[in-house]
Design a protein. Structure first.
Length: 334
């Protein structure tokens, strides 16, 4: 098995220089998968069985500052709160810092602020690791390109490799054992009228992490069907974006989410992220669609939904879901 350390060494081989800055900051957007990543061929390197495709959330994401700590341990501060070392959150960051530490006596202070609704359970780890990798690139003056940064971010969290860009991003699964061909790539089509809304139906923490749940994925009797479906959906989603065919696009995205949840529900032990409140919202969406509203949803590994619609239907969506936070992912982003 190839280790994360091996991959980091390979990427940084010709990029080590001694001109460190004392502090560096970076922002990365959160991303919502439109064609989901579910199942790993290599759990150490977060290498997926299949490619996936996402939409970044514009200004919603994580801002991270990294500096050298005077203490003899790393200091992790998230949303102005010191995070205890033994928490899973801190451990995942420390494990990542271990990969890039110039020597074992160098420690860091990581200060991150997320402007994503915490309760949404949105992949803040994706934005967090992408922002951390970008900040490290500045701190150490590595001058890595975005593809290399995407690979480094993936080592922290799979979906983080898609958070290096705004807009649509495809994560190529790749075939190589060391994952050097598994990274994000922007799909550079703009869709300014597209809207995505975050609908929080429950702020309860989920009872199983996606990392844990994903380990069971290939035990589902439907895993091989999922692999076929993802391939078809990914091609269709890209075609629908190119043609700006919203009805076909929305349908494919929603089908893909439903298929992922069918997969999750048929793993063993079975997992259910959908709550009664999720189902009530889904039924409301389906009813509105029957009455002619072009509204679709996607659902990550959690109870909350993300709604997809076009600018022209904003008022109707607001009336149906007054608490949803609406994002225009292609407007006012650098
Ligand atoms: C995705 N999810 O494509 C899928 C869909 C959730 C549902 O990627 O173990 O935090 O760090 O590679 O990326 C969430 O899992 O998992 C995720 P790791 P990650 O966005």
């Amino acid at each position: 098995m190839i280790s994360k350390h091996h991959v980091v060494q390979k990427i940084l081989k010709n990029h080590n220089n001694l001109n460190y800055f004392s502090t560096a900051s970076a922002f990365a957007p959160a991303n919502i998968a439109l064609c989901k990543y579910w199942g790993k061929r290599d759990a150490e390197l977060n290498l997926p069985y299949h490619s996936s495709f996402s939409l970044s959330l514009g200004k919603l994401g994580v801002q991270t500052t990294i500096s050298f700590a005077q203490e003899d341990h790393d200091i992790i501060i998230s949303n102005n709160q010191m995070i205890a070392q033994e928490t899973e959150f801190a451990q995942r960051i420390i494990e990542f810092l271990n990969l890039i530490r110039p020597n074992k006596h160098t420690y860091f202070q990581i200060q991150s602020t997320a402007n994503i609704p915490i309760a949404a359970g949105l992949a803040s780890s994706a934005a967090g690791f992408a922002a951390l990798v970008k900040a490290c690139n500045r701190l150490f003056n590595w001058r890595l390109d975005k593809q290399e940064l995407s690979i480094l971010a993936r080592l922290g969290s799979g979906s983080a490799c898609r958070s290096l860009w705004h807009g649509f991003v495809e994560w190529h699964a790749g075939l190589a054992h060391d994952g050097m061909d598994s990274y994000g790539e922007p799909f550079t089509v703009q869709w300014p009228e597209l809207r995505i809304a975050i609908l929080i139906v429950s702020s309860q923490p989920k009872n199983i992490s996606s990392r844990q749940a994903m380990k069971l994925a290939s035990d589902s009797p439907f895993y091989h069907c999922w692999l076929t479906k993802v391939e078809t959906d990914l091609t269709a989603i890209k075609r629908n974006i190119l043609n700006q065919e919203f009805l076909l696009f929305g349908r494919t995205v929603e089908e893909n989410a439903l298929a992922m949840h069918a997969l999750i529900q048929t793993s063993w032990p079975p997992i259910q992220y959908t709550l009664p409140a999720t189902l009530a919202a889904i039924q409301k969406i389906w009813q509105a669609r029957e009455q002619g509203l072009a509204l679709f949803f996607t659902q990550d590994a959690g109870a909350n939904l993300q709604l997809l619609f076009l600018q022209q239907d904003t008022l109707q969506v607001q009336a149906l879901f007054p608490t949803a936070q609406i994002i225009a992912p292609f407007l006012n982003v650098p």
